[in-house]
Design a protein around this ligand. Structure first.
Ligand code: GDP
Ligand code: ZN
Length: 351
């Protein structure tokens, strides 16, 4: 358990990392001495940019003398961040985690959803961190040739840079390949729908029950979602792992780079289209359509690519529209007021 100590000296400002988010105040660990304490957001911070810290954020915390809670005054620039479209809003981004080195996309090999996988890969690549795919619950697939087939379908989508690992909680040694991807000093974020086996993987990595696993309801075989908190968990002999419980919505957000990485084959072909702004529909000299006709790219994959790029474009237009509407309040902004920009936070370079 994390100790929550009370600071007794005079006021201090220290740098820390948000290591746990649950229903209570964010838990922050100071980088210098490892002191952990619950913190609240400074009123200013919340008011200005509607900013809430996310797991992994590096923050500047004021620890007042005679106060049991720290005050988060500033959030440092995020080295990497996992961003999706806020499922509840029309054109708002939601940051899920910050300052990690690797994103592991988890799906059960027994029921891989390739459409969802494509989206998860786009979000993962967009972060700029390394990407890996963990295919879980291999024990549920008895036929080895099915495992090979699914694995190669997934590898084709993950591309050359993202390793694809097959694992099973029934064979604990299969988690070692995951551990090898998270060396000391690095942080991995685990994404995937609830029930795919993320908690089970973390428990294997850590060697004990740190995450409650969902119980399976009889009949439908679906895991029930149980975890609500987000926590950076240390792996013995390795780095850290963060579970992202219940990431259901995988709406993409400003993901051109992520789409480029997740659909490298399509974008590579597109460099050979006659028109630079080719939409790969019925334009003459379209190299992407040619690749589809030659069987190098499936029609399905091209459809995914086109719908994802359209989605990103539509969002951008909505966002610009929202910004234009706020243009009427531009005088406020010129007067030095903040607000309006969804990704605003008082980012300052890490010292
Ligand atoms: P999470 O919601 O992604 O954290 O998924 P959990 O780890 O809670 O797992 C959901 C359900 O799947 C639980 O009932 C687990 O016991 C089960 N499960 C997880 N990993 C495996 C596995 O490798 N094989 C099998 N057969 N079941 C698994
Ligand atoms: Zn084209």
């Amino acid at each position: 358990m994390d100790s929550e100590q009370i600071q007794e000296a005079a006021d201090q400002v220290r740098t820390g990392q948000v290591i746990k988010l649950d229903r209570g105040f964010p838990l922050v660990r100071c980088l210098d001495d490892g002191l952990t304490l619950r913190c609240e957001h400074a009123t200013d911070l919340v008011k200005e940019g509607k900013l809430r810290v996310v797991i992994g954020d590096l923050v500047e915390v004021l620890i007042p003398a005679e106060h049991d809670k720290g005050i988060i005054q500033d959030v440092l620039e995020r080295r990497t961040q996992l961003v999706r479209k806020d499922p509840a809003e029309r054109a708002v981004a939601q940051v899920m985690a910050a300052n990690f080195d690797l994103v592991i996309v988890a799906q059960p090999i027994s029921e891989v959803n390739l459409k969802r996988l494509e989206r998860e890969l786009v979000l993962a690549f967009e972060t700029g961190a390394k990407v890996a795919v963990a295919l879980t619950k291999a024990d549920l697939v008895e036929d080895g040739s099915v495992v090979d087939e699914v694995r190669s379908q997934v590898e084709a989508r993950a591309g050359a840079t993202a390793p694809v690992l097959v694992m099973s909680a029934a064979q604990p040694e299969t988690v070692e390949a995951v551990r090898a991807l998270i060396p000391e000093g690095t942080v991995a974020v685990l994404v995937g729908k609830s029930g795919v086996g993320k908690s089970s993987m973390i428990n294997l990595l850590v060697g004990r029950e740190v995450q409650e696993t969902g119980s399976v309801r009889e009949g439908d075989g679906k895991g029930r979602h149980t975890t609500v908190s987000r926590e950076i968990v240390p792996i013995p002999g390795g780095g850290f792992v963060v579970d992202m419980p219940g990431v259901r919505g995988v709406g993409v957000w400003e993901a051109e780079a992520g789409i480029g990485a997740a659909f490298a084959d399509v974008e590579e072909a597109a460099t050979r289209c006659r028109f630079r702004d080719c939409r790969h529909q019925s334009e003459p000299g379209c190299a992407v359509r040619a690749a589809v006709e030659e069987g190098l790219i499936t029609q399905e994959r091209l459809d995914s690519y086109l719908s994802l790029t359209t989605e990103v474009k539509t969002l951008r237009e909505r966002k610009e529209e929202a910004r234009r509407m706020q243009g009427t309040k531009a005088s406020d902004e010129r007067a030095g007021k903040r607000g309006g920009h969804k990704r605003v936070h008082r980012a300052r370079k890490r010292r």
